[in-house]
Design a protein around this ligand. Structure first.
Ligand SMILES: Nc1ncnc2c1ncn2[C@@H]1O[C@H](COP(=O)(O)OP(=O)(O)OP(=O)(O)O)[C@@H](O)[C@H]1O
Length: 300
């Protein structure tokens, strides 16, 4: 395993300078609000917009990106951590050349990545020689260390919220921890399963009011995805709705959101590829590790 300091010594696989990859972390606090649907469709919509995109499933407890896309992984991230394969072996090619790194479903003991595993992941990604413009990270529900570390390392965090009291409360809890404990100053809010545009905006305003009062974070309204029967049908068909039913309301909303994400300021960093994100991941994972139970780290 590599220490955080070693990471700077890891060369890009082909030694050439590449522009930094735009990394977008998708999280929600509460489960079941549509985070994976958003990740899958945003990634697919970015591909439609000409962005070479990788979708990384980091939900090691209840992974389902591959199921949503009808892909059959032979290996998953869990196999990488167990030393059974290289990260390269987990790569799946989805529709239109979307790259997918699946996680493993039902591994209850793997719901949390240890700091060393974060570092191992960094090393593996630095060796992965994929030409990429964007990476979408589908996080687990909740506010575990892994979720916080992935969000903190990404250039942008999308918090998915829907019109249920628990969703709003949990989204606020996530934003609060990201802001207070991880120094995140900017969060994109996406309202999912809304009945109309006004409902989406009101949901955002509710979160914004309370955040502006108590937190040092700026919330941006990324937009709303309507509650859409076509999206459910696409899930049944194991396809992204932007692929299966490109003219339906949710697909149009996802395309709009991808357009907006494309207009965000590009990341700047001394190194290219995914190294920018990965170095941040290691730095933040390492600082989180220093507050962790040393016994827990020692058994990794
Ligand atoms: N915009 C939408 N319109 C209609 N149904 C939706 C929409 N978004 C999500 N759903 C429904 O909600 C279900 C849960 O969505 P999804 O699996 O994306 O949520 P999640 O937040 O990732 O859940 P988990 O936390 O369990 O991973 C989907 O199976 C789908 O039926």
């Amino acid at each position: 395993m590599h220490s955080p300091a070693d990471i700077n010594a890891i060369p890009a696989a082909n030694g050439t300078a590449r522009p930094p990859v735009r990394v977008i972390a998708v999280a929600s606090g509460k489960g079941g609000v549509g985070k994976t649907s958003v990740s899958v469709n945003l990634a697919m919509a970015l591909v439609h917009a000409g962005q070479r995109t990788l979708l990384l499933d980091t939900d090691l407890g209840l992974a389902n990106v591959d199921v949503m896309l009808g892909l059959s992984p032979q290996f998953t991230l869990a196999d990488v951590f167990a030393g059974r394969c290289e990260l390269q072996d987990t790569l799946l090619e989805g529709p239109r050349g979307l790259w997918v790194v699946p996680a493993a479903s039902g591994k209850r003991h793997m719901t949390e990545l240890l700091p060393q595993q974060h570092i191992g992941l960094v090393h593996a990604f630095c060796q992965l020689d994929l030409p990429l413009d964007a990476m979408v990270v589908d996080n687990a529900a909740g506010i575990s260390d892994s979720v916080l570390t992935f969000c903190q390392a990404a250039q942008d965090v999308i918090v998915v919220v829907c019109d249920e009291p628990a969703s709003v409360t949990d989204a606020y809890a996530l934003i609060k921890v990201l802001s207070r404990e991880r120094g995140v100053t900017r969060v994109q809010v996406l309202a999912n399963q809304v009945n109309n545009a006004i409902e989406g905006k009101q949901l955002f305003e509710k979160l914004e009011r309370v955040s502006a009062r108590f937190l040092d974070v700026t919330l941006h309204y990324l937009g709303a995805v309507p509650r859409d029967e076509w999206l459910r049908r696409a899930i049944q068909r194991q396809e992204a709705v932007v692929e299966a039913f490109p003219g339906c309301p949710s697909a149009l909303a996802f395309r709009d959101i991808a357009r907006r994400a494309n207009s965000w300021q590009s990341p700047v960093g001394p190194r290219g590829g995914v190294e920018f994100f990965m170095e941040r991941l290691v730095a933040h994972g390492a600082s989180a590790a220093s507050t962790n139970d040393p016994l827990r780290s020692a058994v990794a």
